[in-house]
Design a protein around this ligand. Structure first.
Ligand SMILES: Nc1nc2c(ncn2[C@@H]2O[C@H](COP(=O)(O)OP(=O)(O)O)[C@@H](O)[C@H]2O)c(=O)[nH]1
Ligand SMILES: [Mg+2]
Length: 277
């Protein structure tokens, strides 16, 4: 049996400049006295979509230096969610963590995130919306508005306070139970929370503050909002199909009722006006 109990999966596209600080800081945090997890129990898996920017060489160097990190380079598939799913499938650890490569998810929180998972806490969620966390400091207003709007829209799907942070962990046994995962889905954590039917009591929330992207560029584009709405529609359907059908019928009946009332109203005016002329 391997001694690896924890796997950190890092989806990465053109993140070469961030990989060395990321990996060294993760293992640095795990090596601190008082870390609840030993560095020897942890592997890091970078899932790269053929960036060809030197990421492979950087990971090879880190490996030679003794860090337990490897890189999967995908050439036939692309996209964030499917990259994460691929990493989870290849993970050896029973406890799996997903984090961004760009250091927005500070590596110093990795030990706490890993240790927060247990047989009763099947899901770990890094949350920006907890007491004492400076929310999105340094974020432009439009990103804060989008982030909060996106969070509100997800409320009927999960009680988790921050399903959009992208910094989350899941136990392998629960991940393996997930059916119909949307590999094009915009937010994989939300997809997993809904599809694995994770109850609130099984979620360990770990407060953290977002860092600022260290190097490279965000892949967040205008299309992302549309993709998120598409994903929400799918998840609402998945979780509340009965309610969605009920609401559709209710709105239809309401529409017919109003249409009839309006027609009879205008019909009434016509009658009066006919009387006047
Ligand atoms: N493998 C892979 N990683 C991706 C892809 N898109 C984004 N990423 C990675 O996913 C993480 C989050 O993306 P990022 O652009 O920082 O999104 P933002 O934080 O919302 O601006 C980063 O580590 C990216 O490199 C993709 O298509 N494939
Ligand atoms: Mg980012």
């Amino acid at each position: 049996m391997s001694g690896i109990h924890y796997s950190v999966v890092v989806p990465a596209y053109r993140e070469n400049g961030n990989l060395r600080p990321l990996v060294t800081r993760i293992f640095g945090a795990l090596s601190q006295a008082g870390s609840p997890v030993s560095p020897h129990e942890v592997e890091v898996i970078v899932v790269d979509d053929n960036s060809r920017d030197g990421s492979v060489e950087t990971v090879d160097d880190l490996r030679r230096e003794g860090y337990n990190v490897r890189i999967i380079v995908r050439t036939t598939e692309r996209g964030l969610s499917s990259a994460v799913v691929r990493g989870f499938r290849e993970a050896q650890g029973d406890n799996m963590l997903c984090m961004d490569a760009d250091l927005q998810h500070p590596p110093e929180y990795v030990p706490a995130m890993l240790a927060s998972m247990s047989p009763t806490k099947q899901f770990a969620l890094g949350t920006r919306y907890a007491k004492g966390v400076a929310i999105d400091e340094g974020w432009p207003l439009y990103r804060r508005v989008i982030s909060n709007g996106a969070r509100l829209l997800a409320l009927p799907l999960t009680s988790a306070s921050d399903p959009m942070s992208g910094f989350f962990g899941i136990r392998k046994e629960t991940f393996l139970k997930a059916r119909n995962l949307n590999s094009d889905g915009f937010k994989i954590a939300l997809d997993l929370l809904v599809k694995c039917n994770i109850p609130a009591k099984a979620i360990a929330e770990v407060p953290f503050s977002f860092g600022v992207r260290a190097e490279g560029e965000s892949k967040l584009t205008g299309k992302v909002m549309i993709r998120y709405l598409e994903q929400l529609a799918e998840l609402y359907w998945y979780r509340h199909s009965g309610l969605v059908i009920f609401l559709a019928i209710f709105l239809f009946v309401l529409f017919v009722f109003f249409a009839q009332t309006l027609l009879s109203w205008y019909g009434g005016f016509d009658d009066q006006s006919q009387g006047r002329y």
